[in-house]
Write a protein that binds this ligand. Structure first.
Ligand SMILES: Cc1cc2nc3c(=O)[nH]c(=O)nc-3n(C[C@H](O)[C@H](O)[C@H](O)COP(=O)(O)OP(=O)(O)OC[C@H]3O[C@@H](n4cnc5c(N)ncnc54)[C@H](O)[C@@H]3O)c2cc1C
Length: 291
């Protein structure tokens, strides 16, 4: 097993071009567990793989702000701890809230947003936020660069649109004017994989509300009906929402979920948790008024 440690993005792409079956390792918090348990990602063919370690690639460890576009582009190897530092924390509060719930300080110091995307677990805490913000995923291989909507990147349970030999280099997110937040339910308060999770993001300029759910379907689910009900029902001038609209948003979010019974929870509990989280998030975004 060869372990390659590229120091630039070009070197990383070259290393993967030479060994398209190699396992990319960023923080290793999912990859090392998979190796230890003998569950290597499908791209490696299930057997022992060479490793391309990307945590020293400076281009992947930085973020850039484009004020004219109103976006921030976050390198794939930026860690959760780094997402919790300003200005990213105040620009992207829902992403920071999600990052704060990931594992322990050790996991947050090593684990990366790119690794969350690479694993593409429906329980990945970063992913509902990327979905609600309509993130664009930047990919690069020796064949060139491409960009995919995060909705097209996430294909199914731990399945992505990543091609062999391709790296996630970054994600671009809009900096919205409007409240955004993340909620997560688990079997305890810390060091827990989500039983159900939700992100709500308001775009005050466009008068839209985005709601995305985690851990209640094969991949992240956008709640288009709930979003439309929220956008039509809130008072955009006052920043308020009638209780009946919050109830309708909660019910529509629960209806959009596709939960299953498994070792972590039941489908019924998850559906109920989605309704509670969606209502609470909407009420944090828009003050509840009677009606
Ligand atoms: C104790 C523990 C607790 C955890 N708690 C949580 C939690 O609360 N919430 C949560 O969401 N996750 C949790 N995780 C899972 C994990 O920490 C996250 O999914 C993390 O984001 C993975 O990032 P990483 O950099 O460590 O990825 P790695 O393990 O390095 O890689 C993960 C996968 O993505 C691929 N990959 C990584 N980077 C790239 C790239 N740039 N291009 C292409 N492919 C890439 C790898 O090949 C691999 O298949 C936990 C893990 C552990 C061990």
């Amino acid at each position: 097993m060869a372990v390659l440690v590229p120091l630039s993005l070009d070197e990383a792409v070259d290393a993967l071009a030479m060994r398209p079956g190699a396992l990319v390792v960023a923080g290793g918090t999912d990859a090392m567990v998979a190796i230890n348990e003998g569950h290597l990602p499908v791209a490696t063919g299930g057997g022992p793989a060479d490793v391309v370690s990307i945590d020293r690639v400076a281009e992947l460890r930085t973020w850039t702000h484009d004020p004219s576009a109103g976006t921030v582009t976050i390198g794939a190897a930026v860690t959760y701890t780094e997402l919790l530092a300003d200005p990213l924390r105040s620009w992207l509060p829902a992403l920071a809230e999600a990052a704060r719930t990931v594992g322990s300080p050790q996991i947050r110091n090593a684990g990366t947003l790119g690794g969350n995307l690479g694993t593409c677990s429906p329980a990945g805490d970063g992913l509902p936020v990327l979905s609600a913000l309509d993130a664009v995923v930047h990919l690069r291989s020796s064949a060139g660069e491409r960009q995919l909507s995060v909705h097209d990147f996430m294909v199914g349970v731990k399945r992505t649109a990543l091609a062999p030999g391709e790296l996630i280099t970054a994600v671009t997110l809009p900096l919205l004017d409007g409240w955004q937040g993340y909620a997560k339910v688990g079997v305890r308060n810390a060091m827990v994989i989500a039983t159900a999770s939700a992100c709500l993001a308001v775009d005050q300029a466009r008068r839209t509300v985005a709601i995305a759910l985690g851990s209640v379907g094969p991949t992240i689910i956008r709640c288009r009906d709930a979003e439309a009900l929220a956008a039509a029902g809130v008072d955009w001038e006052r920043g308020t929402a009638p209780g009946s609209v919050l109830d309708d948003v909660a019910a529509a979010a629960a209806a959009a979920s596709r939960p299953i019974d498994d070792h972590r929870s039941t489908a019924d509990y998850r559906r109920r948790a989605v309704a509670v989280m969606a209502r609470r998030l909407a009420r944090r975004a828009f003050a509840e008024v009677s009606g």
